[in-house]
Design a protein around this ligand. Structure first.
Ligand SMILES: Cc1cc2nc3c(=O)[nH]c(=O)nc-3n(C[C@H](O)[C@H](O)[C@H](O)COP(=O)(O)OP(=O)(O)OC[C@H]3O[C@@H](n4cnc5c(N)ncnc54)[C@H](O)[C@@H]3O)c2cc1C
Length: 1090
């Protein structure tokens, strides 16, 4: 099988025998010459030599399932039919099919890449002219070559071209003239003639070529883009504000003079001097030139506008859709010298803008952008964060109109649109509540805006009329008259004022609303009401509980809290911009009055200053809140978001009535933060740490159990003061709530789980016998002295989390999870896992669990539990639990809870389907789950035999092994001792090792799942172990949803999923497709992405 190569640059050879290629051409790579040339074939059948550096070789994949291309730039996949991938971006590969069609395909639909086939070597050539026919195994010979003898070695390209190949290894073909090579050549008698003819040096790749996927320029520095991504957002925002404030800097250079006129008409004579000076003490003098200096400047204004446009173009556009501002290959000047020219330019550009009042704010934005650029480059960040390829894919999809992959609902048929069908579709998809809330939100905003606007327009109108009629009272001593005196002498606010006011009122509303969706205590309360009601259906629910319980919980889409928070933030941003812009217009049109009134606005007349600080905080918060920045470096997002403290403090001083709006939400938030600190100070013991590369399982317990009462599916925050007192990380709880109440018995010395050893046969009953043995040991082979006495054991009540450790490849620990692992290793010098932590009590007895680390601080601080979508599983009679990767943690918690504890107490859900997708190569990382499933299965069997659970309870576990190798793989021993269930009255159906072996070598294809499970031989199917089915390949969701729909016992089925968004999309599509009002079935997706 020949592999494929992608041209990373245009190749225009002048030497015959070489292939001419366009950038992004795909060729078949037939053989490799020792001098660094591939012999290739184009789609047209033309063959020839191509320099190694001009191609990137493909990895070859076998799709495990069919994938229908969602847009023109995607490749459809057929299960079993090979595809080639050139470059990878997150879950997507850019590649080609065997026929050469290029496009993107999801990495989750293919096996791990097959080992690259060795490219056949072209043998040394007998003549000065490379005989391609000979060298490529009798393939079509290349075009005739020139009579001229080719040079000994390909000429070294000029420096400009070399720059583009700097990342190639030093052993590239340019160095094949080294002495060793020549000696070898001489020895074989092939001096100088074994080289294929050298092509004319190709022109240096254009930036566009360099920017394409698979470019030979190296876009990966020592650090990926992090601060520079933030800087890109900052620069774009600065540019926009430079244009806006530039306009005002120019406009403010010529403010409009009041001159005792309204719209060109003189105000009432009553107020005009000297006509009626005796009648009133307040006189407007049309000749008085007391126009304040607004500190505008036409030149600076224009400079700001043009610089803003240029920066936007530089940061926002680029060749091949690559943002120029983010374009940092590791061979750029900035990268090698660690100085950001871009940052320096921004700082320099900002200086002139600081000289004028309106442009000073955007100048400070730009200045800090420059500082962040300098910092990012100084740290060694380089790359493009995959933007180019993503942008290209999006643009292509948009261009060809194929980007829209919105799933069709099963309830509404395409082509039959009507309000009724649309309404049904929304109901079917459970989206109605979301739409209603969003509508209510926008409606409230519109109402607030227009109501305030109408009031202020009326005010301005009355004021103008009063000035014209002379009816404004200026003689009394109250506030109204004081304001009227200003209006008469300085003029009123302009007609821009009401718009600024309306935006301001909407800001009051939004700046208070934005806090509610992130107050966790509130969310937890609302979530808990729904869950607890359902758990106690038989009890008499209160009206309040009924309202928040399922299905009413669906009317409040609590799981969308973060989306709602983001929506409000965007609307807030728009109103803040409107408020600023309208005020600036107003200031220019009615500067005398506005300045006089503004001096009084805000707390102690600080409106200008606090307004500027509010804009400044928003600039930091908004630019760091994008998903790109958050994913690249969470700390940037986290730290920048803490500008909210300045934001709200200034807002309280800026808006005269804002405190009334903010009192409740800010108080709730403050309570939440205080409670978080208090929760974090509660004492916890860490019992056990297990390391199964790359997952670390931690078991801990609160010293006082009432400190941590949780529901399965919820998550918590962990903080390790040794690493950083302020850094909290969220993790889903992977144990069941009952594990904390009735955990297993363990050996106090080692922490290992133990079970009671049965009384030896023939031992008299009067003799005392309470002996225990580790579950992994065979007690029949142990001497009685090796068994543990009762006092050497104790109950281990625990909460567990399973943590995927990030950044294991880097030399130094940078990520928090890696630092945590290293901290535990520090406490565990033997570095053997599982590692049990113990302490001695006052009597000197060993107790499992340790509270304080070697530094004297608590090892782990815990904040939680907090609500999550999965906790609503208890609202459904039937639940599909779907997990992949570390997203399995909530599934593990729910399964343990139901199978081990709650079914014995008649809790719902009664039907549990668990779907677990795992790559064959990753199975070892999930040995903990294999042990857990074995224990749960045995417990279930035993409970059934002893009639502890009713016949209505049904559990089916489907394990899908993807990326399975063709040849059988050996089954090594499990890393930790397995439970042998000795002493159990129920015979186990299987042990963990047999499940592990079956998983490593799955026999049945997942395509036959529905037919096998519904067939007559399903009970004894070879891929079935008790309630567990093991499948080779990916799940066919369409067939699975259809089967669950056919066999349903309940009208709503909860689908809990945590894992990669690609699978989430697939599940959403199937939930929508298979939900149907007519057939009385709803699949509710409860989705979470870590
Ligand atoms: C509700 C929820 C539940 C989670 N449950 C689990 C779980 O059970 N097991 C598990 O292994 N992981 C879980 N995660 C993800 C986990 O929080 C991050 O992997 C972890 O914080 C990474 O930290 P790091 O510094 O080691 O990694 P980094 O390499 O710095 O970052 C890796 C990724 O984690 C994100 N991240 C980093 N710090 C945080 C933070 N403080 N808060 C949120 N995200 C962060 C980053 O944006 C990045 O995408 C969960 C995340 C959320 C939001």
């Amino acid at each position: 099988m020949s592999t494929r190569g992608l041209a990373v640059e245009a190749v225009n050879p002048t030497t015959p025998g070489h292939l001419a290629l366009k950038k992004d051409d795909v060729v078949k790579v037939l053989s490799l010459h020792t001098s660094g040339y591939y012999f290739c074939e184009k789609g047209s059948g033309t063959q020839g030599w191509v320099k190694k550096a001009s191609l990137i070789l493909a990895k070859s994949f076998i799709p495990t399932a069919n994938y229908t291309a969602g847009s023109d730039d995607e490749l459809g996949l057929t299960s079993g039919t090979r595809v080639f991938g050139f470059t990878q971006e997150e879950e997507w590969w850019f590649g080609c099919s065997q026929s050469g069609k290029q496009g993107y395909f999801p990495g989750t639909f293919v096996d791990s890449p097959e080992p690259s086939p060795a490219i056949p070597k072209s043998p040394p050539l007998p003549s000065p002219v490379p005989n391609a026919a000979a060298s490529s195994g009798g393939r079509k010979p290349p075009p005739p070559l020139p009579k001229k003898k080719p040079p000994l070695v390909p000429p070294v390209p000029p420096a400009s071209s070399r720059a583009s190949t700097r990342t190639k290894p030093a052993t590239s073909h340019f160095q094949s003239s080294n002495p060793m090579q020549e000696l070898n050549n001489k020895a074989t008698g092939n001096v100088a003639v074994s080289m294929p003819p050298a092509p004319a040096p190709s022109p240096a790749p254009s930036p566009a070529a360099a920017a394409s996927p698979g470019s030979t320029r190296n876009f990966k520095g020592t650090l990926p883009l992090q601060f520079l991504l933030w800087a890109n957002n900052m620069a774009l925002a600065s540019a926009v504000w430079m244009v806006i404030f530039g306009i005002f800097t120019a406009l403010w250079s010529s403010p409009l003079h009041y001159g005792c006129e309204i719209g060109g008409v003189a105000i009432s004579k009553v107020y005009l001097a000297p006509l009626n000076a005796s009648a009133t003490s307040v006189i407007c003098n049309p000749n008085e030139e007391d126009l304040p200096d607004l500190n505008g400047d036409l030149g600076i204004g224009l400079f700001s506008i043009f610089a803003g446009i240029a920066i936007y173009a530089f940061e926002g556009f680029g060749v091949d859709d690559r943002m120029w501002g983010c374009y940092y290959p590791s061979d750029s000047f900035s990268y090698t010298n660690k100085i950001s020219m871009r940052g320096l330019v921004y700082i320099l550009l900002s200086f002139p803008l600081f000289s004028k009042f309106p442009s000073a704010l955007s100048a400070s934005f730009l200045f800090f952008t420059g500082v962040v650029c300098l910092y990012g480059v100084h740290k060694g960040e380089a790359g493009d964060n995959g933007r180019a390829a993503r942008a290209k894919r999006k643009a292509q999809a948009a261009q060809r109109g194929g980007g829209n992959r919105a799933p069709q609902s099963g309830g509404a048929q395409a082509g039959s649109w009507s309000p009724v069908t649309y309404y049904r579709k929304l109901v079917d998809e459970n989206k109605l509540a979301i739409y209603v809330w969003v509508f209510l939100y926008f409606f409230s905003n519109a109402l607030t805006f227009f109501y305030t606007l109408s009031i202020w327009i009326k005010n301005v109108e009355e004021m103008r009329q009063g000035l014209l009629d002379g009816t404004l009272d200026t003689l009394c001593n109250d506030d109204t008259c004081a304001l009227n005196r200003i209006i008469v002498t300085k003029g009123g606010i302009s007609s821009w004022g009401p718009y600024a006011k309306a935006c301001g009122m909407c800001l009051n509303f939004n700046c208070s609303l934005i806090v509610y969706p992130i107050v966790k205590i509130l969310l937890r309360r609302l979530n808990n009401i729904g869950v607890s009601f359902n758990n106690n259906k038989t009890a008499n629910p209160t009206i309040f509980a009924k309202f928040f319980a399922s299905p009413v919980t669906r009317l409040i889409p609590l799981s969308k809290n973060v989306d709602f928070h983001k929506l409000i933030a965007k609307v807030m941003g728009a109103f803040a911009a409107g408020h600023t812009i309208f005020h600036f217009f107003n200031y220019r049109s009615a500067s005398e009055a506005t300045l006089t009134i503004f001096k009084k606005w805000g707390w102690g007349g600080t409106a200008f200053f606090t307004g500027a600080l509010i804009c400044f905080s928003m600039f930091f918060i908004f630019t760091a809140a994008s998903d790109t920045v958050r994913r690249a470096h969470y700390e940037i997002f986290f730290s920048a978001h803490h500008w909210f403290v300045v934001y709200f403090a200034c807002l309280l001083m800026h808006g005269p009535v804002y405190w009334k709006w903010a009192f409740v939400p800010l108080s709730l938030y403050l309570i939440e933060r205080v409670m978080q600190e208090r929760r974090g100070d509660r004492p916890y013991y860490v019992n056990k740490v297990e390391w199964i590369d790359p997952v670390m399982a931690i078991q801990f317990r609160p010293v006082y159990k009432q400190d941590f009462v949780f529901k399965e599916g919820q998550y918590l925050y962990l903080n390790c003061p040794y690493i950083n007192k302020n850094e909290w990380h969220p993790f889903t709880i992977s144990s069941a709530s009952s594990d904390l109440a009735t955990g297993p018995r363990i050996a106090l010395e080692t922490g290992e789980e133990v079970r009671e050893v049965p009384r030896p046969a023939g031992m008299s009953k009067s003799e005392k016998w309470h002996k225990y043995c580790s579950v992994g040991k065979d007690y029949t082979k142990l001497k009685p002295s090796e068994l543990l006495d009762k006092h050497e054991t104790g109950y281990n009540d625990y909460v567990s989390v399973h943590i995927k450790v990030h950044g294991l490849d880097s030399k130094v620990a940078k990520s928090w999870t890696r630092k945590l692992k290293e901290y535990f290793e520090l406490m565990n010098p033997k570095k053997t896992f599982p590692f049990y932590l113990t302490h001695r009590d006052e009597r000197g007895d060993i107790i499992v669990g340790r509270q304080k680390g070697p530094d004297g601080q608590q090892i782990l601080r815990v904040d939680g539990p907090h609500s999550a979508p999965a906790e609503h599983f208890a609202n459904y009679g039937t639940v599909m639990l779907i997990g992949a990767g570390i997203g399995l943690t909530p599934c593990a918690s729910i399964l343990t809870s139901m199978l081990r504890y709650k079914w014995k107490k008649n809790y719902q859900p009664e039907i549990l389907h668990f779907y677990w997708m795992v790559r064959q190569g990753d199975i070892d990382s999930f040995q903990w789950l294999i042990h857990l499933l074995t224990d749960l299965s045995h417990g279930l069997k035993s409970a059934r035999e002893q009639k502890q659970i009713g016949p209505q309870y049904y559990c089916e576990i489907n394990i899908y092994i993807t990326g399975v190798k063709k040849e059988p793989v050996p089954v090594p021993a499990l890393r930790t001792q397995e439970n042998r269930f000795q002493g159990s009255t129920t015979k186990p159906s299987f042990l963990a090792s047999s499940l592990y072996g079956a998983m490593l070598n799955p026999s049945e294809s997942s395509k036959s799942q529905v037919s096998v499970q519904n067939g007559v031989g399903s009970r004894g199917a070879k891929n079935r172990i008790q309630d567990i089915w093991i499948w080779n390949g990916r799940p066919d969701w369409d067939a699975i949803f259809a089967q669950n729909k056919r066999q349903r016992q309940h009208e709503s089925i909860g689908v809990c999923f945590c894992g990669a968004p690609v699978i989430g999309k697939d599940l959403l599509k199937n939930c929508n497709k298979h939900s149907s009002k007519e057939e009385d079935i709803v699949f509710d997706l409860m989705k979470e992405n870590f």
